[in-house]
Ligand binder design. Sequence first.
Ligand code: MG
Length: 241
Amino acid sequence: MRPLFFVLLSLPLLAQEKMKPEMTEFWEPVPEIVDPGNSSTPPSDAIILFDGSDLSQWTSVSNGEAAHWTINPDGSMTVNKKGGIETKEEFGSIQLHIEWKTPQKIEGKGQGRGNSGVFFQKVYEVQVLDSYNNITYSNGQAASIYKQSLPLVNASRPPGEWQTYDIIFNEPEYDEKGNRLKKGTLTVFHNGVLVQNNTEIQGTTEYRGHPNLRNIKTPKKLLLQEHSNPVSFRNIWLRKL
Ligand code: MG
């Protein structure tokens, strides 16, 4: 059924004054009720990917076997040399919440300092990096869409402190031949600060060369990168959009 609101939009503006307020109210549908939780708990309709108890939602990128990152007593997990991890499930467009922390002890510099990454559908990276007083190329610092879009500001906390990403990912659309019909977008809040404002994704986030524009038929899994630095994560959940 066409909402009353849109029908009314087509009425001549001259009729506005004669309209009753009730004529622009619509009562159906009613939004679903969601318990929003509090600042440390997810909303009631979230899919929990990691709550500190186990890695049952994740597998190792290298061999598809059980994920082997280190689970810590404080409810976090830490990257180790066994490689990246990815979700078992695939997702389209999502709202993602994830918390991360780079090592308190500063080692390395530039891209070698607290590097990890949140990859949407395995190929679109929102960079995780210790970007607190750490110079690197701007479109590769924390909260950049790697080598495509620098963050609007640098909202980084110091190394060793927990940081949050709240991300809205709208997936790109392709036709049957793999030609892109519509670009995907990323909106990113870093520690509550808007750093990517509905940024269009140009293509896959490549280390070398330009973004790949075509659909490479990758599984639509969320991937966390291993980049030789012991970055930690906690409280990972998403909502399908
Ligand atoms: Mg990275």
